[in-house]
Design a protein around this ligand. Structure first.
Ligand code: AMP
Ligand code: MG
Length: 323
């Protein structure tokens, strides 16, 4: 009897000290690839659940999914919006307010006219830009009793600057709901890391060196430790069009109605949540380095890393104090 008891204690001790197993999953989502790494006591694989979460997300916020809620809103189809849609909307409004409209999810008509919704690029004269700009104002659309109410029916929303980060957080919430506390999620480079790994280190992710063209090889500019935060990069170098030898970014400045034009090539933002990092990265891309650094002074917990082009094909790095 004593022996059995002893064996039981020994077994219990082994079970308690057993290392959690490392799981790595990859797949396609939101028009890009994703990677999820985590530690689970028995190494359980959650790929099916993650694919389903990301697949369902398209029906909420994707402009490429004809049956999505965002397309219903843009086409003035009267529907009751899901709690998730309303949550993204409210989060988007909050960043539009903080950044005084540098981030504005009603840039849709302009993004579309410049050809970034997989649409044909229109001839963008000053008059046309002014006409579209009339529609760009995040205060022009509200949710009342679960339904979208627009000041002008031609207002169109675009959640692309916040959606990927939001989806990353969704996967994070799912893993946490399964008791997983140590994980790294990346959807197309938008990342969220939580927990300290069994080796005592936080997760490490790279910030890419701005590339010459969208086809260029990816190189790492610097490596960031993510213990409990998201890291999202906005850049002008992967999505753009060229005209008359000039490059036009997919980030639109809502004050001018035109693609942003400055020496800033990429902004990486670290924040507790990936959705916030995503939205701020886009806003900082619009604002440029100086105005962003000024704004960051009043945003505790948000940090940013800026890569600008300098003389003779060099890069100039600027960081917020706590980065
Ligand atoms: P991101 O890669 O997160 O910076 O998002 C860029 C995408 O967000 C663009 O392709 C547009 O669809 C949309 N967008 C462009 N300019 C803005 C802006 N000023 N505010 C919000 N969304 C924008
Ligand atoms: Mg963004």
């Amino acid at each position: 009897m004593k022996n059995i008891f002893f064996v039981f204690i020994a077994f219990f001790a082994v079970a308690c000290t057993q290392q959690p197993q490392f799981v790595r999953i990859s797949g396609h989502a939101l028009g890009t690839y994703y990677l999820v790494s985590y530690y689970h006591p028995e190494g359980k694989n959650y790929q099916a659940e993650i694919d389903s979460i990301l697949g369902e997300f398209l029906f909420v916020a994707s402009l490429h999914e004809p049956k999505s809620e965002i397309n219903a809103v843009n086409n003035n189809v009267d529907i009751v919006l899901s709690p998730m849609f309303q949550d993204i909307f409210n989060k988007a409004v909050s960043i539009s307010e903080i950044t005084d409209g540098a981030f504005d999810f009603t840039v849709g008509p302009l993004v579309r006219a410049f050809g970034f919704w997989n649409t044909e690029r229109e001839e963008m004269t000053d008059e046309k830009i002014a006409e579209y700009l009339e529609l760009v104002d995040f205060r022009g659309i509200q949710i009342v009793d679960g339904r979208a109410v627009k000041r002008n029916p031609n207002i169109k929303i675009d959640f692309n600057a916040i959606a990927k980060g939001y989806a990353v957080d969704l996967v994070g919430e799912f893993l946490e709901s399964r008791g997983i506390e140590i994980f790294l999620i990346s959807i197309g480079g938008d990342a969220l890391g939580r927990g300290v790994r069994p080796n005592g280190n936080c997760w490490r992710v790279g910030i890419e060196t701005p590339a010459e063209t969208f086809l260029s090889r990816r190189e790492v500019e610097t490596v960031v430790q993510l213990c409990n935060s998201g890291l999202v990069t906005s850049g002008t170098y992967r999505r753009y069009f060229e005209q008359d030898g000039r490059r036009f970014s997919h980030t639109i400045d809502p004050t001018t109605g035109r693609p942003v034009e400055h020496s800033l090539l990429s902004v990486s933002v670290r924040d507790t949540y990936a959705w916030r990092a995503d939205a701020f990265a886009t806003a900082f891309m619009v604002l440029g380095v100086e105005k962003s650094l000024e704004m960051l002074k009043n945003l505790p917990g948000v940090e940013a890393f800026f890569i600008s082009s300098g003389d003779n094909e060099t890069f100039v790095i600027t960081q917020s104090e706590g980065f």
